[in-house]
Design a protein around this ligand. Structure first.
Ligand code: SF4
Ligand code: SF4
Length: 161
Protein backbone atom coordinates (compact mmCIF):
# COMPACT_ATOMS: atom_id res chain seq x y z
CA UNK A 1 0.00 0.00 0.00
CA UNK A 2 2.78 2.41 0.98
CA UNK A 3 4.65 1.55 -2.23
CA UNK A 4 1.54 2.41 -4.20
CA UNK A 5 1.41 5.98 -2.82
CA UNK A 6 5.17 6.37 -3.05
CA UNK A 7 4.97 5.51 -6.74
CA UNK A 8 2.25 8.12 -7.25
CA UNK A 9 4.32 10.77 -5.43
CA UNK A 10 7.40 9.83 -7.40
CA UNK A 11 5.47 10.11 -10.68
CA UNK A 12 4.06 13.50 -9.72
CA UNK A 13 7.51 14.73 -8.68
CA UNK A 14 9.04 13.72 -11.99
CA UNK A 15 6.13 15.30 -13.90
CA UNK A 16 6.54 18.59 -12.00
CA UNK A 17 10.34 18.53 -12.44
CA UNK A 18 9.94 18.07 -16.17
CA UNK A 19 7.40 20.87 -16.43
CA UNK A 20 9.63 23.19 -14.37
CA UNK A 21 12.53 22.48 -16.72
CA UNK A 22 10.31 23.12 -19.75
CA UNK A 23 9.07 26.42 -18.33
CA UNK A 24 12.61 27.54 -17.43
CA UNK A 25 14.03 26.81 -20.89
CA UNK A 26 10.97 28.22 -22.67
CA UNK A 27 12.02 31.75 -21.74
CA UNK A 28 15.72 31.32 -22.59
CA UNK A 29 17.16 32.37 -25.98
CA UNK A 30 17.25 29.66 -28.66
CA UNK A 31 20.47 27.70 -29.00
CA UNK A 32 19.49 26.08 -32.28
CA UNK A 33 19.10 27.62 -35.72
CA UNK A 34 16.36 27.07 -38.28
CA UNK A 35 18.80 25.67 -40.83
CA UNK A 36 18.95 26.24 -43.79
CA UNK A 37 16.97 29.48 -43.39
CA UNK A 38 19.42 30.53 -40.70
CA UNK A 39 23.17 29.87 -40.70
CA UNK A 40 25.95 30.08 -38.19
CA UNK A 41 28.41 32.94 -38.21
CA UNK A 42 31.68 31.13 -37.74
CA UNK A 43 34.44 32.28 -35.41
CA UNK A 44 37.13 34.37 -37.01
CA UNK A 45 39.74 31.60 -36.86
CA UNK A 46 37.42 28.86 -38.09
CA UNK A 47 39.10 26.80 -40.81
CA UNK A 48 36.62 26.06 -43.57
CA UNK A 49 38.61 25.33 -46.69
CA UNK A 50 41.48 26.87 -48.61
CA UNK A 51 40.44 29.88 -50.59
CA UNK A 52 42.32 32.18 -52.96
CA UNK A 53 41.08 35.73 -52.49
CA UNK A 54 40.96 37.81 -55.62
CA UNK A 55 41.17 41.55 -55.88
CA UNK A 56 37.59 42.78 -56.36
CA UNK A 57 38.65 45.36 -58.94
CA UNK A 58 41.34 43.65 -60.98
CA UNK A 59 40.31 40.06 -60.32
CA UNK A 60 44.00 39.27 -59.84
CA UNK A 61 45.43 36.91 -57.22
CA UNK A 62 48.67 37.35 -55.27
CA UNK A 63 50.26 33.99 -56.02
CA UNK A 64 53.89 34.20 -57.15
CA UNK A 65 54.25 30.47 -57.90
CA UNK A 66 56.87 30.05 -55.18
CA UNK A 67 55.49 26.54 -54.53
CA UNK A 68 55.93 26.75 -50.75
CA UNK A 69 52.34 25.72 -50.11
CA UNK A 70 52.61 22.74 -52.45
CA UNK A 71 55.78 21.53 -50.76
CA UNK A 72 54.49 21.88 -47.23
CA UNK A 73 51.11 20.22 -47.74
CA UNK A 74 51.31 16.83 -46.00
CA UNK A 75 48.54 15.34 -48.14
CA UNK A 76 49.54 16.54 -51.62
CA UNK A 77 46.23 18.36 -51.81
CA UNK A 78 47.61 21.25 -53.81
CA UNK A 79 48.86 21.35 -57.37
CA UNK A 80 50.03 24.36 -59.31
CA UNK A 81 49.87 24.36 -63.10
CA UNK A 82 52.01 27.17 -64.47
CA UNK A 83 51.47 28.84 -67.80
CA UNK A 84 53.12 31.59 -69.85
CA UNK A 85 51.66 34.99 -70.54
CA UNK A 86 52.01 36.92 -73.79
CA UNK A 87 55.36 38.27 -72.67
CA UNK A 88 56.65 34.77 -72.03
CA UNK A 89 56.53 35.27 -68.27
CA UNK A 90 55.68 32.31 -66.04
CA UNK A 91 52.24 32.85 -64.54
CA UNK A 92 49.65 30.85 -62.68
CA UNK A 93 47.37 28.91 -64.98
CA UNK A 94 45.57 26.68 -62.44
CA UNK A 95 45.77 26.45 -58.67
CA UNK A 96 44.23 23.04 -58.04
CA UNK A 97 42.94 22.18 -54.56
CA UNK A 98 41.74 18.70 -53.62
CA UNK A 99 39.30 19.19 -50.79
CA UNK A 100 38.77 15.42 -50.59
CA UNK A 101 42.24 14.91 -49.11
CA UNK A 102 42.70 18.23 -47.32
CA UNK A 103 42.75 17.96 -43.53
CA UNK A 104 42.32 21.73 -43.10
CA UNK A 105 45.60 21.92 -41.20
CA UNK A 106 46.30 25.45 -42.52
CA UNK A 107 50.00 24.75 -43.08
CA UNK A 108 49.76 25.97 -46.66
CA UNK A 109 48.25 29.29 -45.57
CA UNK A 110 50.90 29.79 -42.91
CA UNK A 111 53.69 29.02 -45.37
CA UNK A 112 52.53 31.57 -47.94
CA UNK A 113 54.56 34.77 -47.63
CA UNK A 114 52.27 36.66 -49.97
CA UNK A 115 48.86 36.16 -48.32
CA UNK A 116 47.72 34.60 -51.56
CA UNK A 117 45.62 31.93 -49.87
CA UNK A 118 43.40 31.88 -46.79
CA UNK A 119 41.11 29.53 -44.92
CA UNK A 120 37.54 30.67 -45.45
CA UNK A 121 34.42 30.05 -43.37
CA UNK A 122 32.67 27.65 -45.74
CA UNK A 123 31.21 24.74 -43.75
CA UNK A 124 28.67 23.42 -46.26
CA UNK A 125 30.94 21.32 -48.41
CA UNK A 126 29.12 18.02 -48.77
CA UNK A 127 28.45 16.82 -52.28
CA UNK A 128 27.23 13.73 -54.13
CA UNK A 129 29.83 14.19 -56.82
CA UNK A 130 33.46 13.52 -55.90
CA UNK A 131 34.62 15.67 -58.80
CA UNK A 132 33.14 18.69 -57.04
CA UNK A 133 35.84 18.27 -54.41
CA UNK A 134 38.58 19.24 -56.83
CA UNK A 135 38.57 23.00 -57.13
CA UNK A 136 40.49 25.45 -59.24
CA UNK A 137 40.92 28.26 -56.77
CA UNK A 138 41.98 30.95 -59.20
CA UNK A 139 38.84 30.45 -61.25
CA UNK A 140 35.28 31.29 -60.29
CA UNK A 141 34.00 28.69 -57.91
CA UNK A 142 30.67 27.07 -58.66
CA UNK A 143 29.53 26.51 -55.06
CA UNK A 144 30.27 30.09 -54.15
CA UNK A 145 28.28 31.28 -57.12
CA UNK A 146 25.32 29.10 -56.29
CA UNK A 147 25.33 30.34 -52.74
CA UNK A 148 25.79 33.96 -53.73
CA UNK A 149 29.19 33.98 -52.05
CA UNK A 150 31.07 34.37 -55.31
CA UNK A 151 34.41 36.06 -55.37
CA UNK A 152 34.77 38.39 -58.35
CA UNK A 153 35.48 36.68 -61.61
CA UNK A 154 39.23 36.71 -62.18
CA UNK A 155 40.74 37.99 -65.37
CA UNK A 156 42.53 35.43 -67.53
CA UNK A 157 45.55 33.91 -65.80
CA UNK A 158 47.90 35.72 -68.16
CA UNK A 159 46.76 39.05 -66.74
CA UNK A 160 47.07 37.83 -63.15
CA UNK A 161 50.77 37.31 -62.86
S1 SF4 B 1 49.81 30.42 -52.82
FE1 SF4 B 1 51.50 31.44 -51.74
S2 SF4 B 1 52.90 29.80 -51.10
FE2 SF4 B 1 51.53 28.95 -52.67
S3 SF4 B 1 52.67 29.19 -54.60
FE3 SF4 B 1 51.32 30.99 -54.40
S4 SF4 B 1 52.58 32.53 -53.38
FE4 SF4 B 1 53.64 30.56 -53.08
S1 SF4 C 1 45.11 22.93 -45.25
FE1 SF4 C 1 46.75 21.41 -44.92
S2 SF4 C 1 46.06 19.56 -45.96
FE2 SF4 C 1 44.80 21.25 -46.72
S3 SF4 C 1 45.85 21.96 -48.58
FE3 SF4 C 1 46.61 23.20 -46.88
S4 SF4 C 1 48.47 22.15 -46.16
FE4 SF4 C 1 47.31 20.70 -47.42
Amino acid sequence: MIDYFLNILSGMWSLLSGMALTIRTFFKPNVTLQYPDERWTMHERFRGRVHMPLDPVSGAHKCTLCMMCVKICPNASLEIVPGLNEQGKRVLDKYIYKLSTCTLCELCVESCNFDAIQMNHDYEMSTFNRQDLTLVLNEPYRWEKEKGWATPDPKPAAAAS
